[in-house]
Write a protein that binds this ligand. Structure first.
Ligand code: AMP
Length: 312
């Protein structure tokens, strides 16, 4: 079919270019299966799992880049069936403007996933994911991990993340779940949620992919203008600075120096923190032995960027 491929997610309809096809997903695009309904994907995966296939799962918000694709590649090495989801989950956006402005590049995403060898793409609608509405029904007892860093600056964010990931894991029931170190705290939150729910899924954390200048790849980078894009690299430079300059003892001065560097470059800083890499406990002093992670979140005008670096 020589029609430019363009798919928009809406109930029971696929758009090819200007043609509107009332069709039932799952739809096969080249080799990849596209599913929109929970019933369809569950049936497909259950059959594959019953035949002994290892299922690898990569959940995303879409607007895909090579960082996301690196998770698909890692999943392909260890699984017989790679499932990816694209769902801009409304319950994890504490800021409605951030939700509205979240980039959507679905046709490009589908092409990237097909080329990366993803087997199944799940594209649910909000009603499919939240048949009883988006007000949160479950509370996840995340404890300390939810009170710091992203949890502190984005109230309710991690409850929304747990809600959607829990639902996706119930639907896909993967053996392995692939997450990016880029969202360090999110990896720990999801690990905790999996423990609380007693799920069998194993978490595999993949390294952060960066642009050549060091900027961590992120869907939000698409929202940066040329000047902001050049300035965005400072976040990773600040993390590298911490890694180079850190010494055993009091850490507050180093953190403050980094806040000042970012502010001098026009950033509005949410936090620059140094934490225990295993527990995320914020460190005021370093014994020189504990494995650490440095984490930054800051706004460059309208765009909020986060990044982290391990200090070993
Ligand atoms: P998102 O679509 O931003 O929710 O990201 C989906 C998954 O991709 C999450 O597990 C992220 O941590 C991961 N991810 C995002 N950016 C990167 C990156 N630059 N390198 C590796 N993984 C990433």
């Amino acid at each position: 079919m020589l029609i430019t491929f363009f798919l928009r997610v809406c109930e029971g309809t696929i758009f090819f270019g200007k043609m509107r096809l009332h069709t039932h997903l799952p739809y096969k695009y080249k080799k990849m299966i596209l599913c929109k309904k929970v019933e369809d994907i569950t049936k497909f995966i259950t059959e594959k799992a019953a035949n002994g296939n290892i299922i690898g799962f990569v959940p995303t918000l879409g607007a895909l880049h090579n960082g996301h694709i690196s998770l698909v590649t890692a999943a392909k090495i260890q699984s017989q069936l790679v499932v990816c989801s694209i769902f801009v989950n409304p319950t994890q956006f504490n800021d409605p403007k951030d939700f509205e402005k979240y980039p959507v590049t679905l046709d490009k995403d589908i092409d990237l996933l097909e080329k990366a060898g993803c087997d199944v793409l799940f594209l649910p609608s909000v009603t499919e994911m939240y048949p009883d509405g988006t007000s949160l029904k479950n509370h996840y007892d995340l404890g300390y991990i939810e009170t710091i860093l992203e949890g502190k600056f984005r109230p309710g964010h991690f409850q929304g993340v747990c809600q959607v990931v829990n639902r996706l894991l119930d639907i896909v029931a993967p053996d392995n779940l692939y997450l990016g170190q880029k969202d360090y705290q999110q990896c720990m939150v999801i690990k905790k949620m999996i423990g609380l729910k007693g799920l069998k899924t194993k978490i595999i954390i993949c390294p952060t992919l960066r642009e050549t200048d060091g900027l961590a790849m992120s869907s939000r980078n698409m929202r940066l203008n040329d000047t902001e894009r050049r300035e965005a690299v400072i976040i990773s430079q600040v993390l590298a600075f911490i890694k180079k300059e850190i010494k055993p003892g009091y850490l507050q001065d180093l953190k403050l120096r980094c806040v000042h560097i970012l502010e001098a470059e026009g950033y509005k800083v949410d936090y620059v923190e140094i934490a225990n890499a295993d527990t995320l406990e914020i460190q005021e002093n370093w014994d020189g032995k504990t494995k650490l992670v440095a984490l930054v979140a800051a706004f460059l005008n309208e765009v909020r960027l986060i990044d982290n670096m391990l200090i070993e």
